[in-house]
Design a protein around this ligand. Structure first.
Ligand SMILES: C[S@@+](CC[C@H](N)C(=O)[O-])C[C@H]1O[C@@H](n2cnc3c(N)ncnc32)[C@H](O)[C@@H]1O
Length: 476
């Protein structure tokens, strides 16, 4: 019964009014979080029929949106109405133990490493343990990602004048209505976020206000915050006809609900309803520092490269040979404890050598990149398992591109490993503006001692070749 309440047509109509009303308050916050950004990945928890998800996140710059909804019918409707290359909706109970694994699975399907924005709108107030969910979601947020939380907070709700105290009586009933969730939840959000280590927490909106002649807005406010009580009471009475509380509430509704509505809509009345919008970042983001490879990190990097691309692809000696070379940039992201979170090895290479390495005819590269003697090449990029949801790969690629520009390279290429038809680096390369050139087969077959993580015996994996034209000095 509880889960179906969100499926009723009246509730869906009410959510539509709510979305219209809240647009004025939410839109500027959304815009600020998304403005000027590309490849933004959004998670919308408790997305209902997807209409708000689509309304808020159908904008350029947003690349992937995953919506989660408890109610199967609503999740199906959302997928049917809005599902496409960008939006996908899944049925899921975020309070079940399997939720994190399910989410990881959907993220892998959609090639999402982490979310730049996690949207929770009127959901936490309905959960048994919202604090736990906030903790679970944290590792899924990208380092510079933001939570966007919208919740009711009736401690700030005021109706004036209200000589009979009708609003207080109404809110007292609502606070006990099992369907309306925790209507004071907004006031608890800052403490919960702090407990889970989110920071900075910013209160973006406190109340929605309508004054005197704003009749249309008052009607919407009434629809959103008040109108569902009679339906809830009706349902409760159908479940337990003799329960004293709903019986008493029904009497109150018969006597006072209409008067309350008239008062809210009256020209001489002002109303403020507590509506809290919060944004929060993940503060315990590991403060990684960037450093070029030195002797000190050779053992660690040899081991990490082994984990990321297979043992023996790069020997310790080969990695050491990159140190101090002006035509190579081997960058490490290091934790304060000197642990390597990620690395990117990039270099300038003669075009013919890059083509040979990618098992491509040099002519094909020249066709796309121009007749340039040298190209910039992403030799290898990887992150250690503990840092895989932080979006470091993309950060490393962007840094490599900065170095290429500094070196005035005209074009960059990357031979990206293809394992079982899937190219793990593809989405990050595309987000950084690389384009797919072609695929290559059996790229590492000649490396007899390579222990490929997915082939038994010699490596038979192929590669996808990506390129990006830069405005360097060798441009033709
Ligand atoms: C009040 S509606 C808000 C819908 C939408 N976020 C909005 O702001 O318009 C709450 C939604 O959260 C969903 N929900 C509640 N508990 C959930 C859970 N444990 N897992 C996933 N979704 C849940 C409900 O089914 C419902 O669609």
């Amino acid at each position: 019964m509880f889960e179906n309440i969100f499926e009723s047509s009246k509730e869906i109509d009410r959510l539509a009014v709510q979305n219209r009303l809240l647009k004025e308050y939410e839109e500027p916050v959304c815009l600020r979080l998304l403005e000027g950004r590309q490849g933004v990945r959004v998670l919308d928890v408790g997305c209902n029929n997807g209409s708000k998800t689509a309304a808020r996140f159908s904008r350029s710059g947003v690349s992937t949106v995953i919506g989660l909804e408890y109610n199967q019918t609503l999740a199906d409707r959302a997928q049917e109405a809005y599902g496409d290359d960008r939006f996908s909706f899944y049925r899921c109970d975020v309070e079940q133990p399997e939720f994190p694994d399910q989410l990881r699975g959907w993220m892998a399907e959609r090639q999402v490493e982490a979310f730049d924005l996690i949207h929770l709108s009127f959901v936490l107030m309905h959960l048994k343990d919202p604090n736990k969910l906030l903790g679970i979601l944290k590792p899924f947020l990208a380092p510079a990602g933001r939570l966007l939380i919208v919740e009711a907070n009736d401690s700030s709700s005021v109706l004036s004048p209200d000589p009979e105290g009708l609003l207080t009586e109404f809110l007292d009933i609502l606070a006990q209505d099992p369907f309306s969730g925790d209507r004071y939840f907004g006031g608890k959000v800052p403490k919960l976020l702090e407990e889970q280590g989110y920071s900075p927490v910013k209160l973006e909106c406190q109340t929605i206000d309508a004054r005197g002649p704003e009749r249309g807005k008052k009607e919407d406010l009434f629809d959103m915050f008040f109108s569902y009580l009679p339906e809830d009471v009706q349902i409760l009475l159908e479940q337990e006809p003799d329960h004293p509380r709903p019986v008493q509430w029904k009497r109150w509704i018969q006597q006072k609900f209409e008067r309350l509505q008239q008062l809210v809509l009256a020209e001489g009345t002002s109303i403020s309803m507590g509506l809290n919008i919060f944004t929060a970042g993940r503060s315990e983001d590991v403060p990684l520092r960037v450093q070029r490879l030195t002797e000190k990190y050779l053992d660690q990097i040899t081991q990490l490269c082994g984990q990321c691309v297979g043992e023996n692809l790069y020997s310790k000696e080969e990695l050491a040979s990159a140190i101090g070379q002006p035509d190579q940039c081997f960058e490490l992201l290091l934790t304060p404890e000197d642990e390597i979170g990620g690395y990117c090895w990039s270099r300038l290479t003669p075009l013919d050598a890059a083509a040979a390495d990618a098992k491509l005819p040099p002519g094909l590269l020249r066709e796309r990149l121009g007749d340039v003697p040298m190209v910039a090449r992403i030799q290898s990029v990887g992150t250690s398992p503990a840092f895989r949801t932080l979006g470091l790969c993309r950060e490393l690629l962007e840094r490599a591109l900065d170095w290429f520009r500094e070196m005035e390279a005209s074009a960059a290429i990357c031979t990206a490993w293809k394992r079982g038809g899937f190219v793990p680096l593809a989405s990050n390369l595309l987000k950084c503006g690389f384009q797919h050139l072609t695929d290559s087969r059996m790229v590492w077959y000649g490396r007899k001692d390579l222990v490929c993580p997915c082939c038994e015996g010699r490596c038979k994996c192929g590669a996808a070749i990506y390129y990006k034209v830069l405005k360097g000095k060798w441009a033709t």
